[in-house]
Write a protein that binds this ligand. Structure first.
Ligand code: FMN
Length: 177
């Protein structure tokens, strides 16, 4: 699949203040933490909070990946990938995939090749095999809209949460009655 120029959203002029205010505002939105993998020359993956559910029929999710990142370059042509939702005890996995490094898959993170030849991480809370349906260039990111082909949820601790620049568990947000 190629990126259709007709789908490219024109750049909107903006300044540093707007970008910083947007970043501050979005830090106030707690989100689950995902690692999204695909295969390029070798295994590729990045930590993501931009994952969003879009549709149930047909099952569809989307995420945004920085155009200039290793993953962004891979997703310009990737047909499939795996979205992993991390467990609350996987802060180290999130940190590994938040760094741009060729060694992400050579360290302590366990993984194997998944059903369509993409890296499948061990012991995650849930994973989804996705197929690229649409790519949309939006500013400095590529918005990838995907069909969900297969999904599994594993028992375990709750999700890893990103909030205000740090990692948290759901329990930290619960207040006693
Ligand atoms: C909590 C968290 C969420 C992130 N979410 C995204 C995201 O949704 N999209 C994105 O492009 N980068 C996101 N990043 C940054 C990438 O994980 C980071 O740039 C990574 O090094 C890219 O790796 P790559 O260059 O190997 O693709 C996030 C980082 C963190 C710590």
């Amino acid at each position: 699949m190629t990126i259709s120029p007709a789908l490219a959203v024109p750049d909107v002029p903006h300044g540093h203040v707007l970008a910083s205010v947007l970043r501050s505002a979005m830090r106030q939105r707690p989100t689950g933490v995902a690692v999204i993998t695909t295969r390029d020359e070798g295994p590729v993956g990045f930590c993501a909070t931009s994952l969003t559910s879009v549709s149930l029929e047909p099952p569809t999710v989307c995420f945004a990946v920085a155009v200039g990142s290793t993953s962004g370059r891979a997703w310009r042509r990737a047909a499939h990938g795996i979205v992993h939702l991390l467990r609350s005890d996987q802060t180290a996995v999130a940190s590994t995939f938040a760094r741009s490094s060729p060694d992400k898959f050579a360290g302590s993170v366990g993984w194997r090749w998944g059903p369509r030849g993409q890296p499948l991480l061990d012991n995650v809370l849930a994973w989804m095999l996705v197929g690229t349906r649409t790519r949309l260039v939006v500013g400095d990111h590529l918005l990838i809209v995907c069909d969900v082909r297969e999904a599994a949820v594993e028992p375990g601790p709750g999700p890893l949460i990103r909030y205000d620049g740090g990692f948290h568990t759901c329990q930290q947000f619960l207040t006693e009655p």
